[in-house]
Design a protein around this ligand. Structure first.
Ligand SMILES: Nc1ncnc2c1ncn2[C@@H]1O[C@H](COP(=O)(O)OP(=O)(O)O)[C@@H](O)[C@H]1O
Ligand SMILES: [Mg+2]
Length: 277
């Protein structure tokens, strides 16, 4: 479905990807983990042809996206839905217009059909009735879900998720994990999920690949990944567990109910309670 073959890429004069080879199979969900700054987002950008490799090829269903031009690139890109880190909603458009936008731009569907598709997508992500709201009126979790509704509105073959749980509390993170699985089953999509959230990786991944120092150092099922003897993998897993333990400790020391607390760096603006209903 997606093949990265010996990808090299330098950015800002520094090598980021140094011989990345990876295959994503049809219908699977493949999670790419790695510390921040290792090139996970750069890898995703290669898959949709937003970045071109210095060397190597990216094949999408056998077609080389980095050698394609013009209309051919567009045609390959139409296979993808992408959920960017921020949700990437357009601030001055309400939820309905944000989600409907690809349908208006790329299809000749009538208004009624578009409204039906938007309703269906919003129901799938549990955002019924929010059509008229503006992005600023949504919490972080709701924005991600609206972004997900837009990413799947064209019923893409492949959905790419860049840090779908970042900035969300654990409850909302697990809910997003379930949604990723629901979308994969419902539409038979292939999913590539980039995350530094190990719990999310184990929940969502049919296979997990680890990117370190510009290479894929391990790839396997969650069980194989956990059992990996690769030092980078073991280091990553134990660092995550100690981070989780520290977070637990921090929560125990702060008084208000943990459900209402936003994690540091959260970008949410709306009420979290709304996410829980
Ligand atoms: N457009 C760019 N120009 C220069 N450097 C970039 C660009 N995009 C990413 N980088 C650098 O490439 C490295 C990998 O970035 P990224 O893929 O975003 O990491 P992450 O694994 O956290 O997603 C980082 O050092 C980042 O600063
Ligand atoms: Mg990133």
């Amino acid at each position: 479905m997606i093949q990265l073959r010996n990808i090299y890429k330098s950015l800002g004069g520094r090598p980021v990807l140094r011989d990345v080879t990876l295959e994503v199979r049809r219908g699977e969900s493949l999670v790419i983990v790695g510390s921040s700054g290792t090139g996970k987002s750069v890898t995703l950008q290669h898959m949709v042809g937003l970045l071109h490799p210095d060397a190597g090829d990216v094949l999408i269903e056998g077609e080389c996206i980095n050698r394609a031009t013009g209309r051919a690139v567009e045609r390959i890109r139409e296979k993808f839905g992408v959920l960017f880190q921020s949700g990437a909603l357009i601030n001055w458009m309400n939820v309905f217009d944000n989600v409907a936008l690809p349908l208006y731009e790329k299809t000749s569907l009538g208004d009624e059909e578009i409204a039906a598709r938007v309703r269906e997508a919003l129901a799938l992500v549990d955002l019924q009735g929010t059509e008229a709201r503006m992005p600023a009126e949504l919490s972080g979790g709701m924005r991600k879900r609206a972004g997900l509704a837009r990413a799947i509105i064209m019923r893409p073959l492949i959905v790419l998720y860049d840090e779908p749980t970042s900035g969300l509390d654990p409850v909302m993170s697990r809910r997003i994990d379930r949604l990723i699985r629901d979308v994969q089953r419902r539409f038979n999509t292939t999913a590539v999920v980039v995350t530094h959230d190990l719990q999310s990786a184990f929940t969502v991944g049919d296979r997990i690949a680890m990117l370190a120092e510009g290479r894929i150092v391990e790839v396997g099922t969650p069980a194989e990944f956990r059992a990996s003897t690769c030092p980078a993998v073991q280091e990553f897993i134990s660092a995550q567990f100690s981070e989780a333990a520290r977070a637990e400790e921090a929560v125990a020391w702060t008084s208000p109910p943990r459900e209402t607390q936003a994690p540091a760096g959260s970008d949410r603006t709306g009420s979290d309670q709304e996410d829980r209903k």
